[in-house]
Ligand binder design. Structure first.
Ligand code: SF4
Ligand code: SF4
Length: 350
């Protein structure tokens, strides 16, 4: 539809609202969108059945919005001036993916997208059809972000911006507005294989393909029930997510950081001592989880990961940590009890 709205005005408004990057892509059925079906068929999605359930929409933006012509893609840098987690490798410290250190990005991005959408509606008037989503909508956000020029999808499958790095959270607006598209970003991974070499579980099974069922982000956040015995030792100190394949990426050596208060680490989420997390009561956790992306995993899965991680502590700390977890009500959940029993039997004491 002809609209009195230009891409440059939308992008300027997005930056004014608080996004760090904004670009526009055609709402087209890009060949890369078809890789999701192959990935699911190969068993790489594990328990994430919602991906299969919304495959039609995820493969074709006009299945999500029949009149869609454009996708406005936005990103925020959540990186803060904290040291990289890989440089603070210590078995007594828990690792939490840095996107979860501050406020839950979903709420922040949704509010900003709502503001952008309301402005677009005011500018265009009747006739605008659009919806926004963060990573819970039926849109393959990285594919559209790449097409919109925000960055390329690296071999670790993260979106990498050549100036800002890959510590980015993404959102988008699908709309019937016919906006001038940006040029797509080009792959700059070259011959690098650092992320494949560094992944502790071999989850990057080939360049540009992560088998979620091997990935620590999936195992600590998405997987339901007990973690397979053969995967428990892999958890290491990872309580929620994993940053390793981004930590080692050369494009993050000079990654942008943000001073915005919403992204700054909240106690106790940046490199806490494992033992301290194990001893936190349900009430302590409720306070920490409120407004945090950690709610995606929930307390049971967090304690399941804590128990697996405690296996790597020395004997005295391991007993203390597992005893503390076992004293909390969530320990009766099978996945937590199972992890405690495994860690008691198999402590590595490293
Ligand atoms: S997040 Fe961690 S486990 Fe997952 S692919 Fe990256 S390095 Fe491997
Ligand atoms: S570590 Fe290397 S191969 Fe992996 S995403 Fe970064 S540049 Fe690409």
């Amino acid at each position: 539809m002809p609209l009195s709205l230009s891409s440059s005005r939308v992008k300027a408004k997005a930056l004014e609202i608080g996004f760090d990057l904004c670009g526009v892509a055609r709402a087209a059925r890009y060949p890369r969108l078809d890789r999701l079906a192959e990935w699911i068929a190969a068993g790489c999605a594990g328990d994430m059945h919602y991906l299969d359930d919304s495959l039609d929409e995820r493969s074709d933006p006009t299945a999500a919005l029949p009149t869609a012509r454009s996708v406005v893609s936005v990103a925020c840098v959540y990186n803060t001036p904290q040291p990289y987690s890989a440089s603070i490798a210590a078995p007594e410290r828990a690792r939490i993916a840095r996107y979860a250190w501050g406020e839950d990005y979903h709420g922040i991005l949704r509010a900003r997208l709502r503001t952008l959408l309301a402005w677009m509606a005011d500018e265009v008037g009747p006739g605008l059809e659009a919806f926004s989503c963060v990573d819970d909508g039926p849109v393959q956000e990285r594919v559209f972000a790449e097409q919109a020029g925000l960055g390329w999808i690296g071999k670790n499958t993260c979106l990498i911006n050549a100036e800002r790095g890959s510590w980015l959270v993404l959102g988008e607006i699908l709309t019937n507005a016919d906006l001038e598209p940006d040029a797509p970003a080009h792959d700059q991974c070259g011959t690098c294989t650092r992320c494949l070499d560094a992944c502790p579980t071999g989850a990057i099974v080939e360049p540009y393909r992560v088998d979620a069922t091997r990935c620590l982000s999936y195992l600590t956040i998405e997987q339901r029930g007990p973690i397979e015995p053969s995967r428990r030792a892999d958890i290491g100190p990872h309580i929620f997510g994993c940053d390793i394949c981004q930590d080692v990426c050369p494009w993050n050596r000079r990654a942008a950081t943000s001073d915005a208060p919403e992204w700054q680490p909240r106690a106790p989420l940046a490199f806490p001592r494992l033992i301290d997390l194990c001893e936190m009561s349900d009430d302590d956790w409720r306070r920490v989880l409120k407004g945090s992306a950690l709610t995606r995993a929930g307390l049971r899965r967090i304690r399941r990961s804590l128990a697996c991680a405690a296996a790597h502590l020395d004997a005295a700390d391991r007993d203390r940590a597992l005893g503390a977890i076992a004293s909390h009500p969530s320990a009766v959940a099978p996945e937590v009890a199972d992890a405690i029993a495994w860690a008691r039997a198999s402590g590595t004491g490293c």
